[in-house]
Design a protein around this ligand. Structure first.
Ligand code: SAH
Length: 240
């Protein structure tokens, strides 16, 4: 096997070693190769924020698949994280404000914080307190630790269906769990010119892109079918 691998050109060798044995950089390169990451900025941020720091011990961090994180929740697959960062990139410019609802491991919140930088604000809202503690610890071990320390990045225990009014109006809102319908408070907390990316549905779900125009009207389009854990009450989530 090793001999066979050493005979492959470097490019194919890299593909071979990606997956369970791959490193974070190789994962990002693969997502670029498959056209999921197009933006240089998204690639840089996903390289800087090592997914390996955010998955529970024993999981395979660099495989392109969701992983259980306890409490009936999962960390999304890398291609979904990449797709959401791509969709939101223009709304994650330095100095902007980003809300991550259902922040789970804190991975995307950390990426948002890196994109909006120290002059911006990135807030994660998660209703399982143990996951909030887990995410804060993960962020402390990541490239976003300074942003957490200096306060441009924070994670809070709350029902994300109500958004985070203190941050409003937001340039970018990401929801990491599927809502039966788009919660009105999240639409209200979106800035004119801002964008929300949210999975919507129960059995069948679509990733929806919600753009608020400058006149306050809203346009919604479906990006792709998806499968997320539900955006629900804490009791319903833990009961399932
Ligand atoms: N983007 C996260 C996704 C975690 S899974 C990641 O990749 O790590 C979705 C998360 O949404 C879970 O952690 C779940 O606990 C949380 N969640 C579900 N309903 C919620 C609600 N009403 N308020 C806040 N968080 C919620």
């Amino acid at each position: 096997m090793e001999v066979l691998r050493s005979l492959l050109p470097r490019f194919l060798r890299r593909l071979w070693t990606s997956g369970s044995h791959g490193k974070n950089k190789e994962l990002v390169e693969r997502l670029q190769l498959y056209g999921i990451i197009k933006s240089k900025k998204v690639a840089e941020v996903m390289e800087a924020i090592d997914r390996g720091v955010f998955v529970p011990p024993g999981s395979a961090p660099y495989v392109d698949s969701p992983m259980p994180i306890g409490y009936n929740a999962t960390i999304s697959a890398p291609h979904m994280h990449a797709a959401c960062l791509e969709l939101l990139e223009e709304h994650l410019q330095p100095g902007m404000k980003a809300l991550d609802v259902g922040s789970g491991t804190g991975y995307l919140t950390a990426c948002f914080a890196m994109m909006v930088g120290p002059q911006g604000r990135a807030v994660g809202v998660e209703h399982i307190p143990e996951l909030v503690d887990f995410s804060i610890n993960n962020i402390k071990n990541s490239a976003a630790s300074t942003l957490l320390k200096e306060g441009s990045l924070s994670v809070h225990v709350a029902d994300g269906r109500l958004g985070w009014p203190d941050l409003a109006p937001c340039d970018a809102i990401h929801v990491g769990a599927a809502a039966p319908e788009i919660p009105q408070p999240l639409i209200d907390q979106l800035k004119p010119g801002g964008r929300m990316v949210i999975p919507v549905g129960t059995m069948f779900q679509d990733l929806q892109v919600v753009d608020k125009k400058m006149d306050g009207s809203v346009s919604i389009r479906s990006e792709t079918p998806v499968r997320y854990v539900p955006l629900t009450s804490k009791a319903a989530q833990l009961h399932n």
